[in-house]
Design a protein around this ligand. Structure first.
Ligand code: FAD
Ligand code: NAD
Length: 466
């Protein structure tokens, strides 16, 4: 007999596990199915967490080599890569186990295996030994996430031609790495390996990195990364990647058709991710997909089937963990009869390089396109006393506010702790604040957050420290 649940979530990533916990909190008998053998999805296992761990460790390694310039003499600094990788793996294990504990605490039944549809209300779960379990559910939430995309004819062997998954567990520091794609993954993982000693070349199809980001920030970002000795080849098309099993040759051509080959030890292909619906047997329930093979949903995350919902990377929108989590909570609340909602205008995006880059709301380019009149406030970290005190003063804060009402429409930061500073602006925007509201809020001294206050003051041309 199949066990019956009020709700079953397929996928135990940040979308799925958060959704399952919220459903259980709201009193529904809930199960969560995860095929990976460990909870937390891409984010905890092969994404956000291991990458942030390596970004931090590589940054520490890089910084310690520089300390003697600041009056701190250290002995010879040596990299122990296996130990660094162990430290990263420990962070992953602690957090994934933590999620398992949270499911238990909230009385969510956890099934280890791959879930597929038998019918609108029945799921078949196959574990790694092919043992089958059947469950029935009133409501089913698909949260199966995404997978890396490759280039036509290019196969990941995760040793020489790697996706982010391989780039997170290289056994040696490559001498030379080609990164295809100057987006989130390319720049974060490129920074990690560059700091550990690799010569990194980013090959980007467009004439700028980080598409979609405010252009001024993107330009400054590339300038700073170049100073860190990351090489950029913009408007270059990859035509072929030849895997010679111990190295690779990346053949490219620029916009004039001029060809250039890169000989390297490792190629990281980071040209985006695609929705993952493999193994779900979606045909059985006739779920509609959009042109990009994402599951189509309405604003309440409902698919074309009344009792089936989808959230996270497998549907439209930015592929970010916090977006998946918020959708997980919203869909759970909708299912429980409440009014769950996600405000897509205030989802921050952060790139965890040094310096960090963070943005929220509209970019200047978007405001121009929408014909919205705006004012700009800008403040450089060079004039922020905390940033100067610790010699970490690259970058600036940029706030965009409505010309007439002064309502904050967007903010774009590059600089120390930008990923933390953006939260203040997120709260302000959720409350419909004006730049004057931020400017009149007392900020502690000396903090990086004073740069946000000064940028808000600068919207009205009254910054004090610049
Ligand atoms: P996922 O996290 O992909 O989880 C889906 C889960 O479903 C997977 O564990 C999968 O095994 C499971 N699954 C799939 N099919 C089935 C099935 N049929 N049955 C059972 N289980 C199934 N985002 C950020 O916000 N911040 C970051 O710093 C960040 N860093 C990243 C770094 C890297 C290298 C990568 C690759 C991604 C990063 N992301 C980051 C993106 C983030 O990881 C994703 O947006 C997020 O994990 C999406 O959550 P999800 O729950 O939709 O899907
Ligand atoms: P991305 O969309 O961020 O960047 C892909 C880049 O590759 C773009 O600049 C694009 O112009 C370029 N590109 C595409 N095709 C190309 C080609 N043929 N040749 C050269 N360049 C090409 O994708 P990603 O870096 O693979 O990351 C995938 C997603 O994972 C991100 O969009 C993001 O949602 C998520 N992520 C988030 C974080 C974070 O929040 N800090 C970190 C890593 C990943």
């Amino acid at each position: 007999m199949a066990e019956k649940f009020q709700a079953v979530v397929i996928g135990g990533g940040p979308g799925g596990y958060v959704c399952a916990i919220r459903l259980a909190q709201l009193g529904l008998k809930t199960a969560c199915i995860e095929s990976r053998g460990s909870l937390g999805g891409t984010c905890l296992n092969i994404g956000c967490i291991p990458s942030k761990s390596l970004l931090n460790l590589s940054e520490e390694f890089h910084k310690v080599k520089d300390l003697s310039n600041k009056g701190i003499e250290v002995g010879q600094v040596k990299l122990n890569l296996p130990k660094m990788m162990k430290s990263k793996d420990k962070a992953v294990t602690v957090l994934t186990k933590g999620v398992e504990f949270l499911l238990k605490k909230n009385k969510v039944t956890y099934f280890k295996g791959t879930g597929s549809f038998k019918s609108k209300n029945e799921i078949l779960i196959k574990d790694s030994e092919n043992k089958e379990t059947h469950v029935e559910a009133d409501k089913i939430i698909i949260a199966t996430g995404s997978l890396p995309v490759s280039l036509p004819g290019v196969k990941f062997d995760e040793k020489v031609i790697v996706s982010s998954t391989g780039a997170l567990k290289l056994e040696q520091v490559p001498k030379k790495m080609v990164v295809v794609g100057g987006g989130y993954i390319g720049l974060e993982m490129g920074s990690v390996w560059s700091r550990l000693g690799t010569e990194v070349h980013v090959v980007e199809y467009l004439d700028h990195i980080t598409p979609g980001m405010d252009k001024e920030i993107s330009t400054e970002f590339m300038k700073i990364l170049k100073k860190q000795k990351i090489n950029f080849h913009l408007q270059h098309k990859v035509e072929q990647i030849k895997n010679n099993s111990i190295n690779a040759i990346v053949s490219t051509s620029d916009k004039e058709g001029k060809k250039k080959d890169f000989d390297c030890d490792v190629v990281l292909v980071s040209v985006g991710r695609k929705p993952n619906t493999i193994g779900l047997n979606l045909d059985k329930v006739n779920i509609d997909l959009d042109k990009k093979n994402r599951i189509k949903t309405d604003k309440n995350f409902k698919t074309n089937q009344d009792n089936i919902y989808a959230i996270g990377d497998v549907i439209a929108g930015p592929m970010l963990a916090h977006k998946a989590e918020d959708e997980g909570i919203a869909v759970a609340e909708n299912i429980a009869g409440q009014s769950g909602h996600v405000n897509y205008d205030t989802i921050p995006g952060v790139i965890y390089t040094t310096p960090e880059v963070a943005s929220i709301g509209k970019t200047e380019e978007q405001l121009k396109e929408l014909n919205i009149k705006y004012k700009i406030g800008k403040f450089s970290f060079m004039a922020n006393s905390r940033a100067k005190a610790i010699d970490d003063a690259e970058g600036f804060v940029k706030i965009l506010a409505d010309e007439k009402t002064d309502k904050v429409l967007g903010a774009h930061l590059i600089g120390p702790h930008a990923g933390e500073l953006i939260a203040e602006i997120g709260v302000a925007m959720e409350f419909g604040a004006s730049s004057e509201d931020i400017a009149r809020t007392c900020h502690a001294h000396p903090t990086f957050s004073e740069a946000v206050k000064e940028a808000a003051l600068s919207v009205d041309k009254r910054a004090i420290h610049s």
